[in-house]
Design a protein around this ligand. Structure first.
Ligand code: PMP
Length: 361
């Protein structure tokens, strides 16, 4: 038998853990990890390439450790009078979250989130030696301010994750839940707005709540709305003192010069990069309506994906979609599956494949 990592002198608290493992398969229609399936628009790709080419001329030197231009760009993009001292960035929002847990989690501490929620929260938490505590949601996956605040007060965690909208359910999170949780806690409150750009235009971001709340952090990513998942760029906004804490745990020069150049160039074209958001929202709503017509139970979604119930045997449906060239996600919730809204053609391929499976059954 081959060696397992558990045969090595690994940390006791890592034994039995399972790594993040969404399948990566070269299928024609991949709608399983909530990417933006539209490529970067051609007119922006040229500028990004030019910026990378310029950065390449200085690649013998370490990059700007403070990624000043990029932070300036994120502050401008988020608006609300934010200054670059309030911005942090890293290789994907996963690394941003890891930095927060390295500084505020760790052995003897706890992090808390309302299940079901993003599967990386417990993994990132435990990897720093902290304990994960899961709270609960209503049957429709929503959260009331009263229940959220009561659960947080009871658990008294050091770090709280509020995923808004929530992955894998798509559920919106009213700002009054954020303020109630903040008031009921003493720890860091992270609002993970990875999918905020897919929410209705008039729904305010938790960024508006930052003034006067030094324990509040709003994290974002370029992986979803910006169609930049492969570049690995996530960021957050918080009090400058919070940013100082993250400097203690990041690796020196953690954001490569090429990443900084590409992201800054992309942000200069934010409106073009975000052009596909309306289209994706349209496909998401079409998925929900069609799933309902097919007899499934889609949940309200403010993101670029739809969780749906009423699936008799999720692993069997997943497999049959797979054999038709369509990759979606079994998130481990009994009788549920999750699908990302793709281009119109990809979305049609998914809906047609599902309908054909149903008609066979
Ligand atoms: N937060 C949430 C809620 C997510 O769904 C994801 C990606 N699936 C991330 C953070 C991490 O994204 P990235 O590291 O690509 O920024």
């Amino acid at each position: 038998m081959s060696l397992s990592f558990e045969d090595l002198p690994i940390r006791d608290d890592l034994r039995g853990m399972i790594p993040y493992g969404a399948p990566q398969a070269p299928l024609p229609v991949a709608l399983n990890v909530n990417e933006n399936t539209h490529p970067v628009p051609d007119e922006v790709a040229g500028d990004i390439l030019d910026a990378i080419a310029r950065a390449l001329r200085d690649i013998n030197r370490y990059p700007d450790r403070e990624f000043t231009a990029l932070r300036e760009s994120f502050a401008g993009y988020l608006g609300e009078g934010l200054q670059r001292e309030q911005i942090w960035a890293a290789n994907g929002s996963n690394e941003v979250l890891q930095h927060i847990l390295q500084a505020f989690g760790g052995p003897g501490r706890t992090a808390f989130g309302f299940a079901p929620t993003y599967s990386m929260y417990p993994l990132l938490t435990r990897a720093t030696g902290a304990a994960w505590v899961a709270g609960t949601r209503e049957p429709d996956h929503s959260l009331s301010a009263e229940s959220a605040a009561a659960q947080v007060a009871e658990a008294d965690p050091d770090v709280i994750f509020l995923c808004a909208p929530n992955n894998p359910t798509g559920t919106p999170l009213p700002l009054e839940v954020v303020t109630a949780v903040y008031e009921a806690s003493r720890g860091i409150v992270i609002v993970d707005e990875a999918y905020q750009e897919f929410a209705p235009r008039d729904s305010p971001s938790a960024v508006t709540l930052l003034p006067g709340r030094e324990r509040l952090v709003v994290s974002r990513t370029m992986s979803k709305a910006f169609a930049f998942a492969g570049a690995r760029v996530g960021y957050l906004a918080a009090d400058p003192a919070f940013i100082d804490a993250l400097r203690l745990v990041r690796l020196p020069y953690h954001l490569s010069a090429l990443t900084q150049a590409a992201a800054t160039a992309a942000l200069a074209h934010a409106s073009t990069m975000l052009r596909m958001v309306d289209d994706i929202v349209g496909q998401r709503d079409r998925i929900s309506a069609t799933l309902e017509a097919l007899g499934y139970r889609p949940y309200e979604s403010w993101s670029n994906f739809v969780l749906f119930g009423g699936v008799e045997d999720p692993s069997e449906t997943w497999r049959r979609l797979y054999s038709r060239g369509v990759l979606i996600r079994d998130v481990g919730i009994p009788h549920h599956l999750r699908v990302t809204a793709g281009t119109e053609a990809e979305t049609t391929a998914f809906l047609d494949a599902l309908a054909s499976i149903d008609s066979e059954a």
